[in-house]
Design a protein around this ligand. Structure first.
Ligand code: PMT
Length: 403
């Protein structure tokens, strides 16, 4: 059941828009509260009145609310409020045009403004003609959206409105509703578990202007935090400087800059945690002293005395009771050997190994190539894949290992 859940349904211009009425009805039957936002072209296929009646809520179409056909009330449709209202935003049908706008961030209608303001998981159920679906640009857009944690409900094959046969039919509303129900009610061993995650780089100040850092984008940490929260865990993400933002509003984000600050935040939260996933790229050394003023360019060379930073993961491993502890290792040579050493030295239950020698792996990319190493030397290796997919594989493995 979806009692207490708020589902935002987005409807775009496609012949499959008639199915959105059935989707709204199914969601209401399951006990969800439903609000609908639709594009102007979707109105050509299904009326707002039908969707308003079925959802028991007014339907949002324009930035300005219309009082009647003669004029505006002067009141605006609050896209931010709508975007933040939902526990899940499902765009069904999602046209090729809307997929493209979602990738580029084109905000030329209310549905897109709501999408760009939303914080909840976003799902799409594409519907279009088979050639449009197979077109490289649509496929590239879908790949990009998947990499941003947008859940794609694959269209089905069958007879299409064009009369052609192929892949492009929007998934049936009953199936979509059942998938949403499963998403919220899926039993997960992580539900209710307190999880601490580290992510991003650390910056070690040289002076007020300069720092020693690394290329970690923070993507992996944010993906992990959202995925854990989506499974019902109580998540604290301790992240170094990053432009990435969590989508799940339930994630508690603690922003830090240096390794010392990250250590302090981890120490505060470790006692209560049941699982720790340490994906941060922590600077191993920091300048012994950070100059109080910007260092002037005077001499031909400049000596910096570096001192060792605390090893946060090692500390967590030494202070482990019965917590499940995951570390990462980013290697450039002797990957397996070095990874195994870190697993033992840091008292880990699992180590995620990635190598900078694999293209598309490691820092910055939306993809990675990883192996999981367990203390019994069991190694599971994955092909290059989206970080979202691989980090969900990691959570599946943790769930499998937890009692
Ligand atoms: O943020 P992205 O751009 O998505 O990139 C993700 C990533 C490449 C940063 C990530 O996949 C990764 O590999 N993180 C670990 C990188 C690293 O610095 O590895 P390491 O071998 O130096 O450290 C081993 C482990 O000890 C890591 O879990 C690290 O978080 C931890 N560590 C290291 C040093 C230190 N002082 N404290 C730590 O906690």
């Amino acid at each position: 059941m979806l009692t207490g859940k708020k589902i935002l349904v987005g409807v775009t211009g496609s012949i499959a828009a008639y199915k959105s009425a059935l989707l709204v009805r199914e969601l209401i039957k399951l006990g969800a509260q439903v609000r609908v936002v639709m594009t102007d072209s979707a109105k050509e296929f299904i009326t707002p009145l039908t969707l308003a009646t079925l959802s028991k809520n007014s339907v949002a179409v324009d930035f300005l609310k219309k009082s009647d056909q003669n004029g505006f009330e002067g009141e605006w449709e609050n896209h931010v409020e709508l975007g933040l209202w939902g526990d899940l935003f499902i765009i069904a049908p999602a046209s090729a045009n809307t997929l493209s706008k979602m990738v580029s961030g084109t905000c030329d209608n209310l549905l897109m403004a709501v999408y760009l303001s939303s914080k909840c998981p976003v799902w799409i159920a594409p519907a279009m003609d088979l050639d449009m679906f197979q077109h490289f640009s649509t496929q590239e857009n879908l790949t990009k959206l998947r990499s941003k944690n947008i859940h794609v409900i694959e269209p089905q094959s069958g007879e299409l409105a064009s009369g052609l046969e192929g892949k492009g039919r929007m998934e049936e509303p009953e199936v979509i509703a059942a998938l949403i129900d499963e998403h919220f009610n899926k039993p997960s061993k992580l539900r209710g578990k307190k999880i601490i995650i580290t992510g991003g780089p650390t910056y070690e100040a040289i002076d007020p202007v300069r720092f020693i850092g690394n290329h970690s984008s923070g993507k992996t940490g944010v993906i992990l935090a959202d995925a854990c929260a989506d499974r019902g865990a109580i998540v604290t993400l301790v992240t170094g400087p990053t432009h990435q933002r969590t989508k799940n509003p339930k994630v508690n984000v603690v922003s830090v800059t240096s390794a010392n600050e990250m250590m302090e935040a981890v120490q505060k939260n470790w006692e209560a945690a049941e699982v720790g996933i340490f994906s941060a790229a922590v600077a191993d050394y920091r300048p012994e002293q950070s100059a109080p003023e910007k260092i002037k360019k005077k001499d031909e060379s400049l000596q910096l005395n570096l001192v060792k930073n605390p090893d946060i993961l090692k500390w967590a491993g030494q202070n482990k009771r019965n917590q499940y502890l995951v570390g990462f290792a980013l290697e450039t040579e002797n990957e397996l050997e070095n990874g195994k050493k870190k697993l033992i030295n840091k008292n880990l239950d699992l180590l995620v190994l990635n190598s900078l020698r694999d293209s598309g792996a490691g820092f910055g990319h939306d993809t990675n190539k990883v192996s999981f190493i367990k203390p019994n030397n069991k190694i599971t290796s994955f092909e290059l894949d989206q970080k979202v997919v691989l980090m969900n594989n990691l959570l599946d493995q943790i769930e499998f290992d937890l009692p």
